[in-house]
Write a protein that binds this ligand. Structure first.
Ligand SMILES: NC(=O)c1ccc[n+]([C@@H]2O[C@H](COP(=O)([O-])OP(=O)(O)OC[C@H]3O[C@@H](n4cnc5c(N)ncnc54)[C@H](O)[C@@H]3O)[C@@H](O)[C@H]2O)c1
Length: 377
């Protein structure tokens, strides 16, 4: 007699909306009320980045009150230090204090730290509560708030605890960028350059043509709108077929091989996009070494990163550090290096077998390219 085995199959259909809107907190704009499924008499938990709240408290309160909805606002500071389990508990406690029902969306208004936190808390609260995201940083608009990943940092590791939990709606309002510091605009541009280099040559050319104007104007004009549209479109096109990351060869991991270790090691002080930029520069040198990208193309990428104000090297990136970082990323990718490298500009391939000698050659090549670029500048 054999033991009995039961196999359960189930699938979860996931769809979510990402939509542009203007003046999302204007009383005339219904997009947020629809997304948060409000009706008069309802209560809603609104988790807001502290800096954003300082500018927008009246508008947030007024928006909900005008619809007969009582908002309970929880303010959290931005920055990596907030991205910890204790913040998730604070959000869950606030949800309890509002007596949130299982179908009432939590509203998250803030940068990538805040939307990652609320996403994780919403996924855990009653094993899954809906939430709505309103990103207020560039990295949020084009990356953190449009996929399905949530996370907190843990045990010295970036994003070590997290989940996949899609927000039902994400509302993209570029006007939040008007108060964002230049450094955080630049930080977001790193993820946009990434998409241009590995997936979208048109986006890269657009960035190349308008780099300084995009930074100075905080992506306010028509070019800014086009850049954000292309970046969101290409990001979603990359994410959609592999939302749960069953395939661990991910083009969007370009710039994310060495950078998680660098970002954590260089805390406090280094921003996500800055670490990604240093990683992209080295990855381009690896690509040149493998004949995937011409030196002229790598120089264009390096020049663009510098023009928008991003770093392209860091003193911590000695070869032993890079080896450890690569090993950790390899574990994250299920045991294969799958190191995304650009093919020219606009396409991506995945490298395996990158060893110490190749890292050493790529570091040396990067220095030579940067000297050459410096001499030409
Ligand atoms: N889930 C994902 O797929 C994903 C993707 C990329 C990045 N991320 C995460 O996103 C985080 C980085 O995001 P971030 O750069 O937005 O960080 P952040 O949320 O810390 O925001 C950056 C700073 O800007 C401030 N701020 C936010 N909105 C503002 C506004 N409109 N005006 C003025 N100041 C404002 C914040 O208070 C903070 O000081 C990282 O933790 C990264 O891991 C997640």
């Amino acid at each position: 007699m054999s033991d009995r085995t039961w196999t359960v199959h189930a699938s979860l259909d996931v769809s979510y909306r990402v939509a542009e809107t203007e003046d999302v907190l204007s009383p005339e704009n219904d997009a947020l009320a629809r997304a948060a499924r409000t009706a008069p008499g309802d209560r809603r938990l609104i988790v807001v980045d502290e800096t954003v709240l300082a500018e927008r408290a009246g508008e947030i309160e007024g928006y909900f009150r005008a619809r007969g909805v009582t908002p309970t606002v929880l303010a959290l500071p931005g920055g990596e230090r907030t991205k910890a389990l204790v913040s998730v508990e604070r959000i869950a406690e606030a949800a309890d204090s509002v007596a949130l029902s299982r179908r009432d969306p939590i509203v998250a208004i803030g940068g990538g730290v805040l939307t990652d936190l609320v996403g994780l808390a919403a996924g855990l609260y009653r094993r899954g509560t809906p939430y709505v995201r309103i990103p207020t940083t560039l990295i949020g608009l084009v990356d953190a708030a449009i996929g399905v990943k949530t996370a907190v940092n843990f045990h010295g590791h970036k994003n070590r605890l997290g989940s996949f939990h899609a927000a039902s709606d994400t509302l993209l309002d570029r006007r939040f960028l008007r108060t964002l510091s230049t450094r955080h605009i630049t930080n977001g541009l790193a993820e946009i350059v990434k998409m241009g280099v590995i997936a979208d040559a048109e986006l890269f050319d657009l960035l190349d043509a308008h780099a300084e104007r995009l930074v100075d104007g905080r992506l306010d004009g028509p070019e800014g709108q086009r850049v954000i549209r292309l970046a969101v479109g290409s990001m979603l096109a990359e994410l959609e077929p592999n939302l749960w990351e069953q395939d661990l060869q991910r083009a969007v991991d370009f710039g994310h091989t060495f950078s998680p270790a660098l970002e954590m090691a260089a805390q406090p002080g280094m921003l996500h996009g800055e670490a990604v930029s240093v990683d992209m520069a080295l990855s381009c040198a690896l690509a040149v070494g493998r004949g995937l990208q011409g030196a002229d193309e790598a120089l264009r990428v390096l020049a663009l990163l510098r023009r928008v104000g991003l770093p392209v090297r860091h003193e911590l990136c000695e070869v032993p550090f890079l080896q450890d970082a690569l090993q950790e990323s390899t574990r994250h990718r299920g045991g294969e290096q799958n190191l995304p490298l650009p093919i020219g500009i606009g396409k991506c391939s995945f490298a395996v077998g990158v060893a110490e000698a190749e890292l050493r050659r790529a570091s040396a090549l990067l220095h030579r390219l940067l000297d050459e670029a410096g001499a030409a500048a």
